[in-house]
Design a protein around this ligand. Structure first.
Ligand code: 5AD
Ligand code: SF4
Length: 438
């Protein structure tokens, strides 16, 4: 029997890319396909699943490709592919800049990878960045059966129609499209049969999910009925697609976790307008209040951009005020990065040193809030879903309902167990705890 060829996938960017990488590994797997490996050194194929959201993310791809040159020299049969949003945005330009790239595939066409690989194996280049008529999910192989990690991503919606002035997603991922609910429910059932206990529903605008008369809330309630599935999460939401029933579900649906990632980007109405966010800071804050009324312990997470064109000191101060008012348990913050082809890229930039100083100040405040929330968990009991063994003998690491990483000495527990844990201490990025006595 000949040995199977080896595939190394490196994933950049968001959780949807993590999901897509899994599916690409499945498409390229199979009987005479590739086995996935953890390092590029011995691989027969290297695939970079890329992110285009900020300039740094895109530039990283070219430097990473540069690193692979010696591998290609040592093994001329090595195939190199670029997938994801940089592939979608740059297309053939990637092969011009880096001729050793054999294959470029966008996020909507990776179900065509087997055909593309035939071309590549025949010594040709393969490029496909269509937005095809057919749905890739109809053409992907059924998900394989081996046991898997207890927490899984499941893409339910892709693309974005919002056109925030800074963002490439509407161009790289295309228009908002939702998958049919029966397919999603079947995929969820199969994941549960393979040991999954927590599903994180993914979408660029996941709360815009709409298929026939199904919305995200109905989907969550349908998943709630799956025996063995214990936790449901969803991300990322947009403030303008929030519905009353989704808010209410946070108080009613036990499997729905008390965590909401709701990006606002800025606390200044002037900047929000310039960003084409189509909502005010006040509207955002009211939405958060409604979530807290439905589920008082909900952890709020957000995204922020500082140094957006036109942001003045008073606008930044408004963002800091909004952060103080909301009190975030988790947040992601970025310096504005001009993306070619987006409306904001044409506008005058904020000076880099000003933007850097604002980012530091904003991150310091967010860190203080995150730490304070973590500290407040000490003495409380949480439920932890164990995901992996820790470094210490008998230690397990898992996630609480609020997505805090929790380290526990639990030598008799298995990965996939959900246990009650008393929180004893708060570290930089995690909590420590002890199993609660039953
Ligand atoms: N510059 C900086 N941050 C950006 N984001 C999206 N586009 C840009 C950009 N051009 C951030 C937003 C978004 C998150 C996924 O990435 O905060 O919510
Ligand atoms: Fe980008 Fe705005 Fe769409 Fe989010 S809502 S993906 S930030 S355009």
């Amino acid at each position: 029997m000949t040995e199977k060829k080896k595939l190394y996938i490196k994933t950049y960017g968001c959780q949807m890319n993590v999901y897509d990488s899994e599916r690409m590994a499945e498409v390229l797997g199979g009987a005479d396909g590739y086995d996935q490996v953890d390092s590029p050194e011995a691989a027969d194929m290297i695939l970079l699943n890329t992110c285009h959201i900020r300039e740094k993310a895109a530039e990283k791809i070219y430097s990473e490709l540069g690193r692979y040159k010696p591998f290609k020299t040592a093994n001329p049969d090595l195939k190199i592919g670029v997938a994801g949003c940089v592939a979608q945005a740059e297309g053939a330009e990637i092969m011009r800049r880096q001729p050793m790239v054999d294959l470029v595939v966008g996020p909507q066409t990776y179900h065509r990878l087997p055909e593309m690989m035939k071309q590549v194996d025949a010594g040709q280049k393969a490029l496909d960045t269509d937005f095809p008529e057919e749905d890739k999910f109809d053409h992907l192989p059924d998900r394989p059966k081996p046991k898997r990690a207890p927490s899984a991503f499941l893409t339910v919606q892709e693309g974005c129609d919002k056109f925030c002035a800074f963002c490439v997603v509407p161009y790289t991922r295309g228009a908002e499209v939702s998958r049919a609910p029966d397919r999603i429910i079947r995929e969820a059932q199969e994941l549960v049969e393979r040991g999954v206990r927590e599903i994180n529903l993914l979408g660029q605008n996941v709360n815009a999910y709409a298929s026939d008369d199904w919305g995200l809330t109905r989907l969550i309630w349908a998943l709630n009925d799956i025996d063995g599935l214990e936790r449901i999460r969803f991300t990322t939401s947009h403030p303008n697609d929030m519905s009353d029933d989704l808010i209410a579900a946070h108080g009613e649906c036990e499997k729905l976790m008390p965590y909401l990632h709701l990006p606002v980007q800025s606390g200044s109405d002037k900047v929000l307008k310039g960003m084409n966010r189509q909502h005010t800071a006040e509207q955002y804050i009211r939405t958060i209040e409604r979530f807290r009324a439905a589920r008082p312990d909900i952890l709020i997470s957000g995204d922020f951009i500082v140094g957006f064109p036109g942001e003045e000191d008073a606008d930044f101060a408004a963002t800091m005020d909004l952060i103080r008012e909301v009190n975030y348990g988790q947040a992601y913050s970025f310096k504005y990065s001009a993306r070619p082809g987006t409306p904001a890229a044409e506008r005058a930039f904020v000076a880099a040193d000003v933007a850097n100083a604002r980012l530091q100040e904003l991150q310091a405040l967010l860190t203080t809030q995150q730490r304070a929330l973590q500290e407040s968990m000490v003495g409380q009991e949480v439920q932890v879903l164990f995901e992996k063994a820790g470094r210490l003998e008998g230690q397990m690491i898992g996630k609480s309902q609020h997505l805090h990483a929790v380290h526990v000495l639990a030598p008799n527990q298995k990965i996939g167990d959900i246990c009650r844990v008393g929180i004893t201490n708060s570290e930089t990025n995690s909590l420590g705890g002890e199993l609660a006595i039953r």
